[in-house]
Design a protein around this ligand. Sequence first.
Ligand code: PMV
Length: 326
Amino acid sequence: MVKTVIAKAHTNIALVKYWGKKDAQLMLPQNGSISLTLDHFYTETQVTFDNQLTTDQIYFDDQLLPAAKAARITKFLDLIRQQSGQTAPALVKTANHVPTSAGLASSASGFAALAAAGSRAAGMDLSPKALSRLARRGSGSATRSIFGGFAEWYAGHDDATSFAAPLQDPVDWDIQMIAVVLQATKKPISSTDGMARVVATSPYYAAWVKTAQNDLERMRTAILNKDLTAVGTIAETNAMRMHALNLSADPAFNYFTADTLTAIKTVQNLRAQGINCYYTLDAGPNVKIICASADTAAITAALQQDFAADQLIVAKPGPGITIKEV
Ligand code: PMV
């Protein structure tokens, strides 16, 4: 029987980052990571396996993707077919409420939603842990987007042991992120290629893995204690160390633009004035500011000296995945 399933998954922003694989085929990370799922950015994906189709048809915001651009999604659908025994091609319709390829982790919500809708449409009924393992094969950060609130991805040592789990959900204390959405330029290097390069060439890579381990331990405690200052301080240091790997790769690369540095400077100035806020950055120019809701007005007012109001998006902790059959 042909079944259509819709799943909605929210993005997450890592507070202790994943940056490097130890197995590219299985998508096993070099170190564990911790993230906060956000309410504001999400992907909604609908999947139907249908024998009437001759090939997979992937619609991205109502546009049919050409085969070359759909290759990564088709490969992921092949994995679902292999695991489920489903043989039909799929019709996939995705609506992305995240600026694409700009370091706001659209691949996290994208592959989490595809894993959930695709596996259910193919006849499987996976547990959240199994869904997390499946989403990991599409994009590492998607491993964590199955869950709401704070989630931890355990690095593991094989397919069965590398998955995420909730750390704290719901989040019943005041923590939020203000995303400073900078010009959505195409990345200088994809996260896949960037990671591979730092693992292969940065002389600091072993130190990163070691310090990330320590950051994970301290971050778990900071979240448990609902300690914004500790969460922000650890996240900011961890993010800059990740970007230092990129600067120390051969050849070096970075995701910063002049606007990125302006936003960082604003956060530093605000902090010097006693406002408790911290920044983090991923594989793109955007800056995410970790803060309490009471400081939103002061922080956005300072940012608006350099950025337009519509570049600033306030996001709160968001929910885990939802799946419905239609
Ligand atoms: O989205 P991916 O799996 O290609 O990896 C992105 C990694 C970072 O966003 C930079 C960090 C993280 O842990 O999400």
